[in-house]
Design a protein around this ligand. Sequence first.
Ligand SMILES: [Zn+2]
Length: 339
Amino acid sequence: MYIVHSPTHQRHQPPYEIFNGEQTPHNEVPARADQIANALTAAGYGLEPVRLELDLAEIENVHDSNYLQFLKLTCEELKESEYRYPSVFRYRSGRESGNPLAQLGNYSFDMYTPLLHDTFEVASQSAACALQVAQTVLQAAQGGEVTAGYALCRPPGHHADFNQMGGYCYLNNAAIAADFLSAHGRVATLDVDFHHGNGTQHIFYESDRVFTASIHADPDWKFPFFSGYGDERGRGKGRGYNLNRPLQHGVTDDEYQQVLEEVLGHISSFRPEFLVVSLGVDTHESDPIGGFRLTTAYYTRMAKTIASMNLPGVIVQEGGYNTKLLGTNVVAFLDGFKH
Ligand SMILES: [Zn+2]
C-alpha cells in the first residue's frame, strides 16, 4: 500500500479549544499522526514524505479563492507564538466587512479551529498528501492496475467547507482528492468518520460527478449538528447523489456492517470509477469523543467489505482521538484493504 505523510505536521499545535466559553484541552494533537506513523512502521508499512506542493489555483473548485487567500495571509501575519480564534460570527445583515475580526468569524463555524502561524502551510501539506496519493492511484489505474493508497493527513479535512473552517479542519483533503479524480471518471466518497462529513457533502452537493455518502452519529446528538440528516439528498444536478446514514449511540460491529453494506449498494448503483474513503477511527469503542462501540478487529472487516468494490481507492485520515489505539486501528483497517 502506497502511504504518504507530512513530517512537518507538528508545527500546527492548537493550544486549546473553546467549549461553553471555557478553554479545554485540544483533541487534534500532533501525537495523533505520530502514533499512526509509528504503528504503521512497526507493522511493516513504508511511509513516503509528501513531495507535492499544493497549487491553490488547482483547488478553486473545492475552496473559495478569497477563503484561501484569507487563510494564507492571516497565518503569514501571525508571529510564531500567536493564534487567532473567532469571537463574532456572521449574522443575517447581508453586509460584508473587511475587518479581520469579522472575516475570521465569517470563515469559521466553531471555536475549536484556530489559526496559528504555521496552520495554513501544514494544512496545505496535509491536502498535498491526499493529492499525491490520488495522483499515484490514478496513474496505476491508467496503467490498468487497481490500487489503493493512504494519506496520513493531519489536520483532518472533512468538516472544512467551500469557504469555512471548523471541526479542526481547514482544507478538505478528501474533497481535493475527489475533485482531482473526478476529471478522470466518476468518483464516490465514503465517509466512515464518527462525525458527519459536512464539508465534503456541501462541496459536492450540486454535482453529479461525485457521489457523497456518510455514515455517522445522528447530528441531533453530535457535532456538526446542522447537517447530516437522512433527508439531505443533494440539489439540482446533484439531486440523489448524496446519502446520509445517521446512527444512534452504542452502534455495534454487526449493526454498523449492515448499514455499510446497504450504503455500498447505493454507491455501486452510481457506477463509480474511483473511491475516496474518509477514514475516522473515532467510531472505536474507546474513543474519548465518540459514542459507537466498534472494535479494532472490526476495522479489518470494514475495510475488506469496502475493498470488495475493487475500485482504485484513496484512503484519507480524518478523526480518531484515542492517541494510544489510533495507530492499531488504522493498521487494522489498512490490513483489510490490501488488494
Ligand atoms: Zn470525527
